[in-house]
Design a protein around this ligand. Structure first.
Ligand SMILES: Cc1cc2nc3c(=O)[nH]c(=O)nc-3n(C[C@H](O)[C@H](O)[C@H](O)COP(=O)(O)OP(=O)(O)OC[C@H]3O[C@@H](n4cnc5c(N)ncnc54)[C@H](O)[C@@H]3O)c2cc1C
Length: 348
C-alpha cells in the first residue's frame, strides 16, 4: 500500500469481489480503508469449501472477461498463478463439447483464492456484521454487531441490495426516493448447491463441467454440474458440485436437504456414475441478480458519500461485481475530492 498523504477514511461493507476491489483501489489512493465482513472468511459468493478430502467451488464456478479494466486485473492474476484459463466452453447435456472461443477462467486454489489474494495487506475484519449505518455530521457511523461504532468519511455498501437496505434503514438513513426505488427493485434468483464426494470417477465429460442453461438448455431443474477433480482443484477426491436452477431452488427451498439431494442425484445420475460417499448442501438466497441495475454503482448520498455496489450494478456475475467495485471506488474519490494523480496505480 502507498504512503498515506490523505486524511480521509472509508468503510467498505462486505468482502466479496466488489468490496475488496473497491477497498484495494481506495486504499492505494491513500485513503485509509477498513472492510467489515460478516462471514468468517473473505470471498462472499466466490466460495470454496471442503467435505472429507474433497474440495468444491460451491458458489461462482468460473468467470468470463469482457471489459479491458477487468482483463488487465485477470492478466496480472494469471501471471501470479492465482487464476488460469479453464476452457473455451463447457459440455452440453448430451456430453458434446460446446466450444465458443471465449476463455473461461478458474482459480487454481478454488474460487475463494481470488478474494483472498486481493485482500492481502488490507484491513479486513471478518466475523463483523454491520448492523446499521447512521449519519453523524459530515461523517458516517457504522455500528457493528456487539455495539462497536466506527466512523468514516465515506461508506461503500456491497451486500445484496435487500441486505444493504436493511442496514441503512436500521440507522434511519434518509435515501432519496429514486435511490430507494432502485434498491428495492433488485431481486435475486436463489440457488441450492449440492456437493457430493464420490467413491470413484464421475461421468462428467471434458472439460469437467456440464452447462445446462443458456444455449444448452433451460437450466431446470439442474443449472450446472462440475467435477472439481477434473477442474483441477480437488486432487484427492472425486468432488461434484450440482447447482439447482432458480425455479427448482425456489420450489424446493423449504424441503429437507435429503429430499433435495435425492431429487438432484436422480436427475444427474448419468453424470455421477459412482457411489456417493458424502453429501452437503448450501442454500444461496441471493445467488445472482435477475435484472441488474443499468449503472455500475449507485451514489445514494453525495455528502458524506454513501455508494452502493456489487453484482446487482452494471453487469452481474464476478466481472460485473469487480467493475462495480472499481466504479464505486472512483465515485468515492470524486466525492472526497481526491485528485486522480493520487488515485492511479495497479490494484492487483
Ligand atoms: C451458486 C452460485 C453460482 C454462481 N456462478 C457464477 C459463475 O459461474 N460465474 C460468475 O461470474 N458468477 C457466478 N455467480 C455470481 C458471483 O458469485 C457473484 O456475482 C459475485 O461473486 C458477487 O460479488 P459481490 O462482491 O457483489 O457480492 P458477494 O460476494 O455476495 O459479497 C457481499 C459480501 O457482503 C457480506 N455481507 C452481507 N451483509 C453484511 C453485513 N451486514 N455486514 C458485513 N458483511 C455483510 C457477505 O457475507 C458477502 O461476503 C454465482 C453465484 C452463486 C451463488
Amino acid at each position: 500500500m502507498q504512503d498515506r498523504t490523505i486524511d480521509k477514511t472509508c468503510i467498505v461493507v462486505g468482502a466479496g469481489m466488489a468490496g475488496l476491489l473497491a477497498a484495494r483501489t481506495i486504499e492505494q489512493a491513500g485513503i485509509r480503508t477498513t472492510v467489515f465482513e460478516e462471514g468468517r472468511a473473505v470471498g462472499g459468493r466466490m466460495s470454496t469449501s471442503r467435505l472429507e478430502d474433497g474440495v468444491f467451488d460451491d458458489g461462482a464456478q468460473f468467470f468470463t472477461l469482457r471489459d479491458d479494466s477487468f482483463a488487465a486485473l485477470v492478466d496480472q492474476w494469471v501471471q501470479e498463478g492465482v487464476v488460469a484459463e479453464w476452457s473455451r466452453g463447457f459440455a452440453r447435456p448430451d456430453g458434446s463439447y460446446n466450444e465458443d472461443g471465449h476463455p473461461r477462467y478458474y482459480a487454481v486454489g478454488g474460487m475463494a483464492a481470488v478474494p483472498a489474494h486481493i485482500a492481502r495487506g488490507l484491513d479486513v475484519r471478518t466475523g463483523a456484521r454491520v448492523a446499521a449505518i447512521q449519519e453523524s455530521g459530515s461523517r458516517w457511523e457504522v455500528v457493528i454487531d456487539g455495539g462497536t461504532v466506527e466512523s468514516a468519511d465515506a461508506v461503500i455498501m456491497t451486500p445484496p441490495a435487500e441486505q444493504s437496505l436493511a442496514v441503512v434503514d436500521a440507522g434511519d438513513v434518509r435515501l432519496a426516493p429514486s435511490a430507494r426505488a432502485t434498491l428495492e427493485k433488485i431481486r435475486y434468483a436463489p440457488c441450492i448447491s449440492v456437493m457430493l464426494v464420490l467413491e470413484g470417477p464421475s461421468g462428467v465429460p471434458e472439460p469437467g463441467a456440464v452447462q445446462l442453461s443458456g444455449q444448452n438448455g433451460a437450466g431446470e431443474p439442474v443449472w450446472w454440474l462440475a467435477d472439481n477433480r477434473r477442474k483441477g482443484i480437488s486432487p484427492s477426491a472425486h468432488a461434484i458440485t450440482i447447482h439447482g436452477g432458480p425455479e427448482f431452488s425456489a420450489a424446493h427451498w423449504d424441503q429437507t436437504d435429503d429430499d433435495v439431494v435425492s431429487v438432484l442425484i436422480e436427475i444427474a445420475h448419468h453424470f455421477i456414475r459412482s457411489r456417493v460417499r458424502s453429501v452437503r448442501t448450501r442454500r444461496w438466497q441471493y445467488s445472482q441478480p435477475i435484472e441488474p441495475h443499468s449503472e455500475s454503482c449507485l451514489v445514494a448520498v453525495e455528502t458524506p458519500p454513501l455508494v452502493f455496489a456489487g453484482d446487482a450494478f452494471g453487469g452481474a456475475k464476478v466481472e460485473g461485481a469487480a467493475l462495480s467495485g472499481l466504479a464505486a471506488a472512483e465515485q468515492v474519490r470524486r466525492l472526497l475530492r481526491i485528485s486522480c494523480e493520487c488515485f492511479r496505480g495497479p490494484v492487483g
